[in-house]
Design a binder for this molecule. Structure first.
Ligand code: PNS
Length: 163
């Protein structure tokens, strides 16, 4: 489908920054697939099912947005979905080098693929899932960094690991 865009990532866990990018992308593309990676080489803090459930819950208000899991090469997944637009969030200059490599590698593997970079609101530019996890693990309040459903999940997880 010509106007389908795919927003891939680990979303471990999804943050307000991710949600901001999803909202922006959904205003541009009538169909958006938020694609959660099943990357076995990373050890995520949240299971694939947890991330899928959280993303479904926080995106249910957007009618054109679907959440799926993908494994293997992203360009193969795009082809399967008949999509050629990749969405990536770009926060700061520090993101650029990795994103630049990723976009050019994907373009090399699939020349018709275009990566569209969206900047989240500036209040989220410092935000990352890794930091949210660290703040939560050390007992800090993550309420202003993640949607309420994600916060509840994080709190449950922290309670269990403190037992
Ligand atoms: O949220 P992240 O961890 O920055 O997302 C990275 C992701 C999932 C987009 C990237 O690791 C990815 O595309 N993985 C699938 C394998 C692949 O196609 N890699 C790109 C060519 S090396």
């Amino acid at each position: 489908m010509k106007n389908t865009a795919v927003y891939p990532g680990s979303f471990d866990p999804p943050t307000n920054g991710h949600l901001d990018v999803i909202e922006r992308a959904s205003k541009i593309f009538p169909r958006l697939i938020v694609a959660v990676t099943d990357n076995q080489s990373k050890t995520p803090s949240y299971t694939l099912k947890e991330r899928l459930t959280l993303l479904k819950s926080i995106t249910k208000k957007y009618s054109g947005v679907k959440v799926e899991i993908f494994s293997g090469l992203l360009v193969h997944y795009l082809k399967k979905k008949n999509a050629r637009i990749l969405i990536r969030g770009l926060r700061a200059v520090s993101d650029f080098e990795y994103e630049f490599q990723l976009a050019l590698m994907n373009r090399k593997l699939s020349p018709s693929t275009e990566t569209v970079f969206l900047m989240p609101d500036e209040k989220y530019v410092y935000l990352s899932s890794r930091m949210v996890n660290e703040v939560a693990r050390l007992g800090g309040n993550v309420g202003c960094f993640v949607p309420p459903e994600v916060r509840s999940r994080i709190l449950k997880k922290c309670k269990h690991s403190n037992r």
